[in-house]
Ligand binder design. Structure first.
Ligand code: ADP
Ligand code: MG
Length: 404
């Protein structure tokens, strides 16, 4: 049987088809991290999509229409999540005009008129209720505005949404973009014949969507190192009172199952022994380092402490393959960024194959000035964990194959 990675390597890419004169729809992932004023803090995801877009321009596509989601709007218009400012950044990076389309059904004819290889950007696809439900009608509508569907949204390729999955049923030709293929190649290098010990470092705040994945990857790894808000849920599961810290009550049982399964699979689990706590995230008056079991009344854990940095760094140093997703703390705020940056340094210093994934984690690595020192920076967080788990990502499932 083909491994999941080999299967995904078998899909057709842009170079396997002829796009001249065709309407090309590219599902990109421009879900970039932004600060509290809405400024883009890391445009890696946009830059990563340029190779596919430029290829279509150079090969005389009739028109190029880009679709992406951004943030988590509730299936309806929300100014905060409009793609208007993302369009500006894209225009600058692409060095050409990008036309903004609020409602693609109304602009159907325009997209079909071939002239000057026009580039269109559709408004946030998650403003439509059908997107996350993989609604057939929406999939069909998207399919009807293109001759070629290109999926290049690696960061969202683990989702079965209308624009990442359903649409492929309604497009004549459907292929992977260059970013998708680059990602799969890098993960193949790390995961096909991995050098052990293999360490998985996880953190961040998307607990519910990632914690169940941990159970599935335990057979593939030797060490599981947990920080960030993710670790608060595990510490809570161990019976520690995490007070005001961010954790997910509904997943405490899952955390216990992960710990139990890790034991059965002889995977060593590392959790914070000390944490940085604060009375307030935005207006902190009091910031302290305390043992993980002694979070003060009214305080929350927002970073790993120095003893934990040392513990984690030692575990990292002795690994030959390291996969990292999720910051160790609220790295966006200077005072709470030390743990994340030190772990970035520790992984970067390692003589190992090192992959970092996730929008925020990649941003943190950049801020730590370590981007050059990783083997590969993936645009996918959840997607990379699912690859590790051995899954065929839905975003690849319906694409044309080279062997058919
Ligand atoms: P990625 O985008 O790399 O996949 P996530 O989105 O899962 O990572 O998590 C990143 C977010 O987690 C960051 O915004 C960071 O501030 C937050 N975070 C990390 N640790 C904590 C913590 N202890 N408490 C609250 N938020 C945290
Ligand atoms: Mg994130």
């Amino acid at each position: 049987m083909l491994s999941n990675l080999k299967y995904m390597q078998g899909v057709k890419g842009l170079k396997d088809i002829d796009i001249e004169g065709k309407r090309v729809l590219i599902r990109v992932d421009f879900n970039v991290p932004v600060d509290s004023h809405g400024n883009i803090t890391d445009d890696r995801r946009i830059r990563s999509a340029l190779s596919s877009i430029n290829y279509c321009i150079d090969h005389n596509a009739c028109s190029i229409t880009l679709v992406t989601h951004f943030g988590r709007p509730k299936g309806k218009y929300d100014e905060k999540y409009s793609l208007k400012h993302i369009r500006k950044r894209l225009e600058r990076l692409l060095n050409r005009r990008v036309e903004f389309i609020e409602d693609f059904e109304k602009s159907k004819d325009e997209i079909a008129t071939c002239s000057l290889e026009r580039v269109f950007l559709l408004e946030n696809i998650r403003f439509r209720e059908g997107e996350k439900q993989n609604d057939e009608q929406l999939s069909q509508k998207l399919g009807s505005i293109c001759d070629v569907y290109v999926n290049d949204a690696f960061g969202t390729s683990h989702r079965k949404h209308a624009s990442t999955y359903g649409v492929a049923d309604y497009a004549q030709i459907k292929v992977a973009g260059f970013l998708m293929m680059r990602e799969i190649e890098a993960f193949s290098k790390a995961l096909e014949n991995p050098l052990s010990p293999i360490a998985l470092v996880v953190g961040g705040a998307k607990i519910s969507s990632k914690i169940t994945l941990l159970k599935a990857v335990l057979q593939k790894i030797d060490k599981l190192i947990i920080g960030g808000a993710m670790s608060n849920t595990f510490l809570k599961a161990m019976g520690y009172d995490m007070k005001e810290s961010l954790f997910e009550t509904d997943y405490i049982d899952t955390a216990n199952e992960v710990i139990q399964l890790a034991r059965e699979n002889s995977v060593k689990v590392y959790l914070p022994v000390d944490v940085v706590v604060t009375d307030s995230i935005e207006r902190s008056v009091d910031v302290k380092v305390v043992p993980s079991q002694d979070v003060l009344e009214g305080f929350k854990a927002v970073d790993i402490g120095p003893a934990t940095v040392k513990l984690f760094s030692e575990a990292i140093e002795l690994s030959n393959t390291i996969i990292w997703n999720g910051p160790m703390g609220i790295y966006e705020i200077d005072k709470f960024s030390k743990g994340t940056f030190k772990i970035a340094n520790a992984i970067a210093d390692c003589y190992a194959y090192t992959i970092v994934g996730g929008g925020d984690t990649a941003d943190a690595v950049d801020r730590a000035s370590e981007a050059e020192n990783f083997s590969f920076i993936s645009t996918g967080g959840g997607a990379s964990l699912e690859l590790l788990e051995g899954k065929i990502l839905p975003g690849f499932e319906k694409l044309d194959r080279k062997d058919s």
